[in-house]
Write a protein that binds this ligand. Structure first.
Ligand code: GDP
Length: 528
């Protein structure tokens, strides 16, 4: 099994997260350039849907459908096999991002130094903290007149509830930005402000920043300021603690400018040194170690093939343990059947290619004609399911109305498959079979309507309803649960796994029900 151990040790799988426009795409691209996975900038498709018109969105989706590889980008760097999982920054696709975060071992968070912590940053970090995902922070756009670095660090600590430890320090900011000083390696990197020029390898090693050389390089004032600030940093912050980072409590921070290729190499070098290789994962039965010789993995994302002539989809499987082999039978736990895959693909940044074998920490694409749902587990036979892919309450609810009774079957099939893909959540009521579709953004309703029509030939309407929250309910006292289900039947619906949820339309509303039913627990997520 030495092979397995060595392969695992080389792998790093992480997600890049940010509020839109902080520079996630730019940073991803620069990382790939450093990794030699792409040759020129502009290759990475912008995974964006800022324009809310459906047609624009569908265009983007189509492009993504063709180059689906952009959601997972693999490259090698200094002997490591790195997988970046891209996450949509747009808030309407937050669910997709949350699920992607279940498949990573760490995260790089990009923050715009002008804007600081933004709305999506807060939400995404909340999920990271819940899951104790190790986080590295890259403060981007240092070539712009941004906030003071100390203020930024304080803002991150306060707003994101995580300790920070700068590992690099900027010299000036905006028009005075002169470079970064690597606090550990004691290396100074100077910024030329000319981003056509690759200056990344052009650094100056300073044994001691009190040396006169610093003045020669950055001038009297900047030199003085850097010395003071570096001293302050070392005085204020504890030395970097790897264990605290690994357990998700401490975020090392880097400063730079992605578009100018600046600060990326420090980030990447430190990343491969400190970021965790594939970690053990929890199933409903036991914790699975990546070094176990039997293969296991789970599906965290499903990508529809938008060509209406090909109904197949690509299921993204994160390998958690053992070696995966092409054409070998594996157990699909939920369906209780054996499946084999003749053309699994790997995702290198610029090409999809067939894989014969894959290892823990790899993501493979499996062609699927409808067998998979998000969260499905594959094993060599052991009955267990990977945990940690909860559904969160949607924020917008609408009732699904069938507008073409002749196409009822198509509608049922279409909506069920879109729910399997994770495009939206569906809650069905027993009485009268009302169907509520829940999403985190208006955009998804447009997407669902469009896809139902174009891929399934079904047409529907969405009727506004007043619910704003779904809480999964459970209780040791079944009789209390039954009483709630009876007395507020119009509020109770069932999710795709047939778990009961309570639908409410205000905080006040749910709180009064909670008081009335003290033995019922109202859960924030589907996994409790
Ligand atoms: P994303 O939405 O987080 O993926 O952000 P993008 O990578 O698309 O970047 C948003 C905008 O910021 C683009 O116009 C980039 O060119 C710009 N940008 C990215 N990095 C930098 C940087 O370091 N400095 C400056 N001034 N602009 C940047």
């Amino acid at each position: 099994m030495n092979d397995l151990k060595a392969e695992i040790g080389k792998r790093r799988i992480f997600g890049i997260i940010s509020h839109p426009d902080a520079g996630k795409t730019t940073l991803t691209e620069k990382l790939l350039l450093f990794g030699g996975a792409i040759q020129k900038a502009g290759t990475v498709k912008r995974n964006k849907a800022e324009k809310t018109a459906t047609s624009d969105f569908m265009e983007i989706e189509k492009q993504r459908g063709i180059s689906v590889a952009t959601s997972v980008m693999g490259f090698s760097y200094k002997g490591c096999q790195i997988n970046i999982l891209d996450t949509p920054g747009h808030k309407d696709f937050a669910e997709d991002t949350y699920r992607t975060l279940t498949a990573v071992d760490s995260v790089i968070l990009v923050i715009d130094c002008v804007k600081g912590v933004e709305e999506q940053t807060r939400k995404l970090m909340h999920v990271c903290r819940m899951r104790h995902i190790p986080v590295m922070v890259f403060i981007n756009k240092m070539d712009r007149e941004g906030k003071d670095p100390f203020d930024l660090l304080e803002e991150i600590e306060k707003e994101l509830n995580i300790s920070t430890r700068p590992l690099s320090w900027p010299i000036g900011i905006g028009s005075t930005f002169a470079g970064v000083y690597h606090l550990y390696k004691k290396q100074l990197k100077l910024f030329s402000g000319n981003y056509k020029k690759q200056i990344a390898h052009d650094y100056i090693q300073l044994e001691d920043i009190s040396s006169k050389e610093l003045e020669n390089q950055v001038g009297e004032n900047a030199a003085q300021k850097l010395r003071e600030e570096a001293e302050l940093v070392e005085g204020v912050y504890e030395p970097f603690d790897l264990a605290l980072y690994r357990s998700g409590y401490l975020a090392p921070v880097f400063f730079g400018s992605a578009i100018n290729n600046f600060g990326i190499e420090e980030l990447l070098d430190t990343f491969i040194e400190i970021a965790p290789s594939p970690q053990p994962r929890e199933t409903d039965k036991r914790i699975v170690n990546p070094e176990e010789d039997k293969f296991s993995g789970f599906i965290f994302k499903i990508h529809a093939n938008l060509d209406p002539n090909h109904r197949d989809r690509i299921a993204f499987c994160r390998i958690c343990s053992g070696k995966f082999e092409r054409n070998k039978f594996y157990q699909h736990i939920r369906l209780g059947k054996k499946l084999k895959f003749s053309s699994p693909t790997s995702f290198m940044a610029d090409a999809k290619s067939l894989v014969e074998e894959a290892w823990p920490g790899d993501v493979i694409g499996l062609y699927d004609a409808g067998n998979f749902k998000i969260g499905d587990t594959l094993t060599e036979g052991e009955q267990m399911r990977y945990m940690g892919i909860p559904s969160f309450s949607p924020e917008i609810f609408k009732e699904l109305e069938n507008t073409d009774p002749m196409k009822t079957k198509q509608l049922e099939k279409g909506i069920s498959q879109l729910v399997d893909e994770g495009v939206a959540q569906l809650f069905v009521q027993n009485l009268g079979s009302r169907k509520f579709v829940g999403t985190v953004g208006e955009l998804q309703f447009e997407v669902i309507k469009f896809r139902l029509l174009h891929e399934y030939g079904a047409s529907c309407n969405f009727r506004a309803i007043s619910f704003t929250k779904a809480s999964w309910i459970s209780s040791e006292k079944t009789e209390q649960l039954e009483r709630l289900k009876r007395s507020q039947a119009n509020r109770i619906a069932y999710d795709k796994e047939d778990r009961p949820v309570y639908l409410s339309n205000s905080k006040w509303d749910i709180e009064s029900t909670m008081r009335e039913y003290p033995d019922i627990v109202f859960h924030e997520t589907s996994e409790y």
